[in-house]
Design a protein around this ligand. Structure first.
Ligand SMILES: Cc1cc2nc3c(=O)[nH]c(=O)nc-3n(C[C@H](O)[C@H](O)[C@H](O)COP(=O)(O)OP(=O)(O)OC[C@H]3O[C@@H](n4cnc5c(N)ncnc54)[C@H](O)[C@@H]3O)c2cc1C
Length: 544
């Protein structure tokens, strides 16, 4: 007994001594990922699988297609610019490709790695927002809902999109397109400078007027992720007080085919009428299909977070036609009764609605533009496909009829959800007027439509993709550009077409850069700033 007790005490003493011994730093070989000096997650890690799939792209199309495209050799989580530089130097020395993820809301997995020796830099820990006197410095790991909440607090606005969990890092490179587009343009147009860590391991500040203006413009709008790691953006914001007539207009109609067609017609009329008058006052979009709950549109509540998480939306499987408008009065001031009669009354004649399905809410600009949808909750257990079409000319009535018929057909497919966003804008819009400010090359777009299709059965992904593509191919003459091309954007690259954003394929590149000399100039720039093509993922600009 005494011997056993003595032995146990001796074992405990040894364990205690080992536990308290000074920890010698573990040493790693030069190119061992564990030695990178920044928090790193490897495929052997328990959380690696859920982390690599924690991206919107993981739900797009068939798992068997998309999962292999989300396979980094390692995921790193920098906390500072110095950390990012460490990773880039490591990648250069050890010949890794690099991809960057901020909010993980790219549709095609462009923030991840596919089949190469490649490190994914996850910016989630770099999420600071500093706002002083109307100037906002925003780190790229910030999500839109946090940005929106801070803007509201400071009574300022930067144009942004309509999904709460989109990351700032990709958003202000791909589009930043939302309710503010008609009156104010893209959020990118408000970036006065940005901080970028480049492939040579140095950090630069790029500005509108600096010597590197070509790179500044390329980062903002050409192809996200191609140029380096964006650490933060600095924005000059718009002040709420300069737009005292701002109003949010909201209608949610129970769906019928004829009501949808009439609503689309009126939205079209508003966009054309604003263009003809040279005005930028009112932007109205249709958002129809299985509809997010009203609470989804509200800013998050401090401490409680998004109200949507307290409700189970999938129980409401009815189809709705949402009409959402933003009047800023930037050109005409107050929304007078005449404007209401011309633009809004025709909607009210479609059906008798009352609050909360219908309201016109005078509100500060930062609040009126905050409605943000959470597709993350709508259909989160479904697989998704997205088709996206847009054109430089107004669509014909015949095509709006065809689109309505097709939508109606799809509402009858069992076990599926639909949501479509239709947002036409004319050439009087600030979106169009800001052409050339940066790399966005779809300023001449008039109608734009994102067509989402969600389905339960993974094995039907290819079948649905084909039928969606066949529909759009059959109707190509209605939505091709005036020069006969069909275009894609990095806001909404389609997932119904495999490799839809692979710029290494010249036939695909043409959809994003119809102007061949523009694409060539970007390739020359890429070769100069990233000669070995370190930043290479789905959709990045290839070196020459
Ligand atoms: C449900 C949903 C709704 C959307 N709604 C809108 C909308 O209303 N308006 C709109 O304009 N867009 C919208 N988008 C598109 C979205 O803005 C783009 O996909 C955007 O690029 C996503 O940015 P992210 O950082 O979340 O995505 P990620 O997948 O992390 O990144 C997208 C791309 O940007 C690159 N990137 C990300 N961060 C950095 C960084 N710090 N440095 C360098 N490169 C980086 C990535 O490498 C990748 O190529 C929506 C997307 C989804 C999924």
């Amino acid at each position: 007994m005494i011997v056993a007790l003595g032995a146990s005490l001796a074992v405990l003493a040894v364990l205690f001594a080992v536990y308290n011994a000074p920890h010698l730093p573990q040493t790693y070989g030069v190119c061992e990922l564990q030695g990178i000096g920044v928090k790193v997650m490897l495929p052997s890690d328990k959380k690696y699988n859920s982390t690599r799939l924690d991206t919107f792209a993981a739900q797009m199309g068939a798992k068997e297609y998309i999962y292999p495209r989300l396979s980094p050799s390692a995921i790193v989580f920098p906390r500072s610019e110095e950390d990012v530089i460490k990773v880039i130097k490591f990648a250069a020395e050890c010949e890794y490709y690099v991809s960057v993820k901020s909010g993980g809301h790219g549709y095609t997995g462009s923030a991840s790695c596919f089949g190469t020796k490649c490190i994914q830099i996850d910016m989630e820990k770099m999420d600071d927002i500093e706002i002083n006197d109307g100037v906002a410095k925003v780190e790229s790991g910030v999500r839109l809902h946090n940005l929106i909440n801070s803007l509201i607090f400071h009574k300022i606005f930067i144009p942004h999109g309509m999904c709460k969990y989109v990351g700032v890092g990709g958003h202000f490179q791909s589009s930043a397109n939302g309710f503010g587009a008609h009156s104010f343009g893209s959020g990118m147009d408000y970036v006065t400078s940005l901080r970028l860590v480049m492939a040579n391991g140095t950090a630069v500040t790029l500005t509108r007027t600096g010597p590197d203006v070509a790179l500044y413009k390329a980062v903002l709008g050409s192809s996200p992720g191609s140029w380096g790691v964006v650490i933060h953006y600095t924005f000059e914001a718009i002040r709420d007080e300069d737009f005292p007539h701002t109003k949010l207009i909201y209608r949610k109609f129970p769906y019928s085919k004829s009501l949808l067609r009439k609503a689309l017609g009126q939205i079209d009329f508003i966009a054309k009428d604003q263009e003809q008058r040279g005005l930028r006052d009112l932007f109205v979009i249709a958002d129809y299909g299985h509809f997010p709950h009203l609470f989804d549109f509200l800013p998050d509540i401090p401490l409680l977070g998004p109200l949507s998480k307290y409700f189970d939306f999938e129980k409401d499987l009815n189809v709705y036609v949402g009409v959402i408008g933003l009047w800023t009065g930037i050109d005409s001031g107050e929304m007078t009764q005449n404007w209401t009669d011309l633009y809004i009354k025709p909607f009210d004649e479609l059906a008798d609605l009352s609050f909360p399905d219908a309201f016109d809410l005078p509100a500060p600009l930062s609040i009126a533009t905050s409605p943000a949808m959470t597709f993350d909750t709508l259909g989160e257990t479904y697989r998704r496909h997205l088709a996206s079409i847009h054109t430089d000319h107004w669509w014909s009535d015949e095509f709006l009829d065809i689109l309505t018929e097709e939508f109606d057909r799809k509402t009858k497919i069992p076990d599926t959800l639909l949501t479509v966003q239709y947002f036409p804008r004319g050439h009087s819009s600030q979106w169009y007027r800001n052409s050339g400010m940066n790399g966005i090359n779809w300023r001449d777009t008039r109608p734009f439509m994102d067509d989402w299709f969600m389905f339960k059965n993974d094995s039907l992904a290819a079948h649905y993709a084909l039928s969606i593509d066949e529909f759009y191919a059959k109707n190509r003459k209605h939505w091709q550009y005036s020069d006969g091309t069909t275009r894609r954007t990095f806001m909404s690259p389609p997932t119904t077409i495999p490799d839809s954003s692979n710029l290494r394929d010249p036939r695909t590149a043409q959809h994003f850069f119809a102007n061949a000399s523009e694409f060539r100039a970007l390739r020359v720039l890429k070769t100069a700033v990233d000669p070995k093509g370190m930043f290479a993922s789905v959709g990045t600009i290839p070196c020459l």
